[in-house]
Design a protein around this ligand. Structure first.
Ligand code: TRP
Ligand code: SF4
Length: 400
């Protein structure tokens, strides 16, 4: 069966919090059952903004990987690796930089935004400008079709699509392409060749996307074809040249309902987080002291759940019955805020207990974590090398 390849990365921010869990990790855990998934730590990307304090990066990498695993990312299903350990990403980044118009990079909306926001740092560096191109290399080197990301990253995925398109346009046409493609069709073998031609015609004459999907699936299943032929046939489907790099698309992660303790987005820089490895006593303390509807000064004042961050936690952790109890009790001053918070405390603790148990076991066994990553890096490297062979050849660099 043909399944899309999914790739996503995270900058190493150290240990993760409930915002990451509900916003990203649960999604990864779900995707790994449906797709071929690759997840990696973008440590080079961390250097684009933290080039002056590289000392923290390594520990942050391992802490983050522990949290991924503790949250249920399964190394037998997904490939987990570290960007800097697959140096082919850097080679692709370099080669892509040759054909990337500067204006494209300068126009990426995150570029000026971040530069203006992070004023304490000098971000007028080459590496920072190239951030989206390095990200494109991360994606394109695995020919990933789907990239699960949040809204903020969509311009970067769009950018990667444009780079792939430009690359294919510039380097995808080989001499005698048409004949080579027809030869490849013949090598598919009688029945498959006929089906391929039919699907290709249907797509090209009437834009039938289902036919395109079926034809791609057909190629995905086909084993007796060389890689070059396979790519040629992927490209031939759409009429263009050889599709050397795949155009990825953003797999938009649904905005998480999980807010921070103060109702804003949960983020370390706001100091409103509950870490995945937060001590249970701290969880209790943090929730007990989190702000509530400011209009509820006294126990006897009725409140409005919509104006209270605790209510948002109830959306994540509570059953409809408990939510009814909250709404009733809050608006009639029938319950106190501490009472109202208890089911949330219970819910968070229950969610964190198994995660923390796994994190503890992994912390005590760093070799296991290192081996998981070493295996993942090996697998990723093999895939990256396949693409790089084609990229080098397409760019006239076939020496070795
Ligand atoms: N820029 C992404 C972020 O900040 C991290 C990242 C780097 C990434 N390379 C990637 C995400 C490739 C998806 C695919 O979240
Ligand atoms: Fe918030 Fe609950 Fe207090 Fe109402 S009773 S203000 S929902 S904590």
């Amino acid at each position: 069966m043909y399944v899309d390849r999914v790739l996503s990365g995270m900058r190493p921010t150290g240990s993760l919090h409930l915002g990451h869990y509900h916003g990203v990790l649960k999604n990864w855990v779900r995707l790994q059952h449906e797709f071929e998934c690759l997840f990696f730590v973008a440590d080079w990307h961390a250097l684009t903004t933290h080039y002056d304090s590289p000392g923290d990066i390594e520990d942050n990498v391992w802490q983050m990987v522990i949290d991924w695993l503790a949250a249920g990312v399964d190394p037998t299903k997904s490939t987990l690796f570290i960007q800097s350990q697959v140096i082919e990403h850097a080679e692709l980044h370099l080669l892509l930089s040759m054909m990337t118009p500067l204006g494209w990079l300068e126009r990426v909306p995150t570029y000026k935004d971040q530069q203006e926001k992070l004023t304490e740092k000098d971000l007028s560096t080459y590496g920072f400008l190239g951030y989206p191109l390095l990200q494109s290399a991360d994606i394109l080197i695995y020919r990933a079709k789907q990239v699960p990301v949040g809204e903020d990253q969509v311009p970067h995925i769009e950018f990667a699509r444009e780079i792939a398109r430009r690359f294919n346009h510039l380097y995808g046409k080989e001499p005698g392409y048409e004949e080579k493609a027809e030869g490849a069709v013949k090598r598919l073998g009688g029945k498959k060749a006929k089906l391929y031609q039919e699907l290709r015609t249907r797509y090209q004459q009437s834009g039938d996307e289902a036919a395109l999907d079926s034809a791609r699936a057909l190629l995905g299943e086909t084993q007796n074809l060389s890689l070059g032929d396979k790519e040629r046939l992927y490209g031939y489907l759409e009429g263009g040249g050889k599709m050397i790099l795949t155009e990825p698309q953003a797999l938009l992660t649904e905005a998480s309902k999980m807010p921070g303790l103060d109702g804003q987005k949960m983020s370390k820089s706001y100091g409103n987080t509950i870490a995945l490895r937060e001590e249970p006593e701290m969880v209790v303390k943090k929730i007990r002291t989190m702000p509530t509807d400011p209009a509820r000064v006294r126990r006897t004042d009725p409140g409005t759940p919509e104006k209270c961050p605790v209510w948002q936690f109830h959306q994540v952790y509570s059953t409809p019955e408990i939510r009814d109890w909250v709404r009733q009790g809050c608006t009639s001053a029938g319950i106190g805020c501490i009472e109202c918070k208890q089911p949330v405390i219970d819910g968070v603790l229950k969610e964190l207990a198994p995660i923390q148990a796994r994190a503890r076991a992994l912390t005590e066994d760093p070799d296991t974590v290192k081996n998981i990553i070493a295996d993942g890096c090996d697998k990723a490297r093999d895939l990256a090398r396949e693409t790089m062979r084609d990229v080098r050849e397409a760019m006239g660099l076939h020496f070795g």
